[in-house]
Write a protein that binds this ligand. Structure first.
Ligand SMILES: Cc1ncc(COP(=O)(O)O)c(C=O)c1O
Length: 371
């Protein structure tokens, strides 16, 4: 309460007996002043709080830190290919998905699958996640589980590189290895891995991400499509991508075709195992694609054509990319670029063709690709 000296004097105490009416009348201006002061102080406090909030926002902008490593996923660079492109062809852009935290685009789908299951209440603290994978999905899941504190059991195979198996272990995954036929992807390999994962999934407090059917995976790749559109100002004439689960192809295609139905989506599969184009599975050595069956996530209305690429050509292109473009990636990236070159010749100049550097070449240093 603001009882100042003039207020006390106006009440008449120092100069004679107080008169109640005069007292009330003379108190009014001082009460108003007091209320004004209180309001003023409140306004000042709110202003200070506002300044503090602004400071917090600016501190976040200026310091530019992330709340966890998961926020490092996405926003990867898009690079124009300059030297492996023939004349009179479209411009070809490659999105460097190996810049994601575990070195592949699978980080996008792993976090989308885990957070989708959390939202639906299917995955709770203390649960163990179970998946069968060629290694990139496993590495991404292991990374997400390490950040979020879930246990992870992975069924994988010796047909995938040692680097991928070691990465999963480094992030704390528990691995079960299904032996392959001489390190090759044969049509019976995935069914044997699936049988093993079904056995593990019977344990209590487990959650199977089931990447071959998981629709949350597509949400993770929708963002990849949005990034491509932002980076090329919406001008994408063709998107070329090799298919394993088809999660990436379908997720990106959903976004691109929603923006412009005229954008062509071209899928790639190994010439040695052309299941989508001819229905005949075969044996090959391109990790992550051509799994020997038509992936359940594939939707006919979301792609325009399937191209086949020979394993040897994909490997030669992967090596050429590191020697001539400074792009160090795996064999499926070589297949993607082979397909993109074909599309760029067909479409001709003045068009934009986009493809992906799926994963980093560091994952294949011990394999025949870079030895
Ligand atoms: C190296 C590599 N390339 C391509 C793919 C295919 O991606 P998707 O499963 O989204 O079709 C994968 C999938 O595991 C992969 O590991």
């Amino acid at each position: 309460m603001y009882l100042s000296f003039p207020l006390v004097r106006s009440l008449g105490f120092p100069f004679g007996p107080p008169n109640f009416g005069t007292m009330c009348r003379s108190a009014i201006p001082y009460c108003i002043i007091s209320i004004k002061k209180i309001v003023h102080t409140r306004v000042q406090i709110s202003y200070l709080l506002y300044l503090r909030a602004c400071l917090c926002v600016w501190r976040r902008v200026l310091l530019d830190f992330n709340r966890s490593a998961l926020e490092a996923i996405g926003d990867t660079p898009l690079v124009k290919l300059n030297r492996v492109i023939p004349g009179s062809a479209s411009d070809v852009y490659i999105k460097l998905e190996y810049c994601n935290p575990t070195g592949s685009y699978k980080d996008r789908m792993a976090v989308a699958m885990v957070e989708g299951a959390e939202r639906e209440g299917l995955l709770k603290p203390g649960y163990t996640i179970i998946e069968y994978t060629g290694g990139n999905t496993g590495s991404s899941l292991a990374f997400v589980c390490s950040v979020k504190g879930y246990k992870l059991k992975i069924v994988t195979t010796d047909a995938v590189s040692e680097e991928k198996r070691n990465t999963m272990k480094a992030f704390g995954a528990d691995l079960t290895i299904v032996p392959s036929n001489g390190g090759k992807v044969t049509p019976d390999l995935i069914p044997r891995m699936r049988a093993k994962v079904e056995e593990l999934g019977k344990e209590s407090n487990t959650y199977r991400t089931n990447q071959f059917y998981n629709r949350h995976a597509l949400r993770g790749y929708n963002r990849l499509g949005e990034e491509i559109l932002e980076q090329l100002d919406g001008k994408v004439d063709a998107f070329v991508v090799a298919v394993g689960t088809a999660g990436c192809a379908m997720g990106v295609a959903e976004t691109l075709k929603a923006r412009n139905p005229e954008t062509k989506v071209l899928l790639i599969e190994p010439a040695e195992s052309p299941v989508i184009s001819t229905g005949s599975p075969g044996t090959h050595d391109i990790e992550g694609i051509g799994l020997g069956f038509v992936p359940p996530l594939l939707r006919r209305e979301l792609y325009d054509k399937v191209l086949t690429v020979k394993e040897a050509d994909a490997k030669a292109m992967a090596r050429k990319l590191s020697l001539q473009e400074g792009i160090f990636a795996g064999t499926s990236t070589g297949a993607n670029v082979m397909g993109a070159l074909e599309a760029s010749k067909t479409l001709g100049t003045g068009r934009n063709v986009v493809t992906l550097a799926v994963d980093t070449g560091f994952k294949y240093l011990s394999t025949e690709l870079y030895r």
